[in-house]
Design a protein around this ligand. Structure first.
Ligand SMILES: [Zn+2]
Length: 251
């Protein structure tokens, strides 16, 4: 067993294991995504009390185990309960943010910016609604932090600046934006209007909480959501379960 370590962490998901244990996946500020075993967590009211539900901010005390993928969780200190996320729609949006982070991170690779992004977005969700601008800003920042930064200012092919006033094209197989000249040389590109590109530039300049009050006009809102959905699906290993929950609550 390695030396004791501790880190602030956000609980991403947890499940029962055996008679009394839990398997917990969390995003640790200093260590990235880790999955651990919390021995006796289903019976112990002391070491993990109220700490292992999704969205909870804790300080986790753990040890790495030699030749084992699961870390050994000694205990957790509760830092913040996800109290207001008990409301069904907020729970659904919180699940969406957490699921995206879970699917776009790999185990044991530190991603401190993603930790801050998720912590701040979950906090913002406690105090206000998940507006379209809030969600799109979160998705853009997450893609950027995961190393899939969408380039928004220049053509991926000729490198020329994307000219204001002319629509560009999105290549859904590579996730690249192409200028109006280069896009005529490829097939099956999705048109991206200047208004949508301008909205994306604005959304990545602001963190999700600050972007929340931006009003996206109806057509821009729909196109931006569609474009980011395509962008994300290029990098997601499976469809998002939380989308079904959101749809069932907003239909
Ligand atoms: Zn070009």
């Amino acid at each position: 067993m390695g030396p004791p370590q501790s880190s602030r962490a956000l609980i991403l998901r947890t499940r029962a294991y055996g008679e009394s244990d839990r398997i917990v996946t969390f995003l640790a500020e200093d260590h990235g995504k880790l999955t651990g075993i919390a021995k006796g967590a289903r019976n112990s009211k002391r070491r993990f009390a109220n700490c292992l539900n999704p969205f909870t901010l804790v300080r986790v005390h753990f040890r790495q185990r030699r030749s084992a993928t699961l870390v050994f969780m000694d205990s957790c200190d509760l830092l913040r309960l996800p109290d207001t996320l008990a409301e069904p729609l907020k729970f659904a949006y919180g699940s969406y943010l957490v699921e995206l982070v879970d699917l776009l991170t790999v185990e044991a690779e530190p991603v401190p910016k993603t930790f801050d992004l998720l912590a701040n977005a979950l906090d913002a969700l406690r105090t206000g609604p998940a507006t379209p601008a809030f969600l799109r800003s979160f998705e853009l920042h997450l893609l950027a932090d995961a190393g899939f930064a969408p380039r928004l200012d220049g053509c991926d092919s000729c490198q020329e600046e994307l000219a204001a006033g002319t629509p560009c094209g999105f290549d859904a197989t590579t996730g690249a934006l192409l200028c109006s000249t280069c896009k005529t040389r490829r097939e099956n590109l999705v048109d991206v209007s200047e208004a949508v590109r301008a909205a994306l530039v604005r959304l990545i300049d602001l963190d999700p909480a600050a972007a929340r009050s931006l009003r996206l006009p109806g057509d821009v809102r729909g196109e931006t959501a569609d474009l980011l959905g395509r962008w994300l699906s290029l990098h997601l290993p499976r469809p998002l379960k939380s989308l079904g929950l959101i749809e069932s609550l907003t239909r």
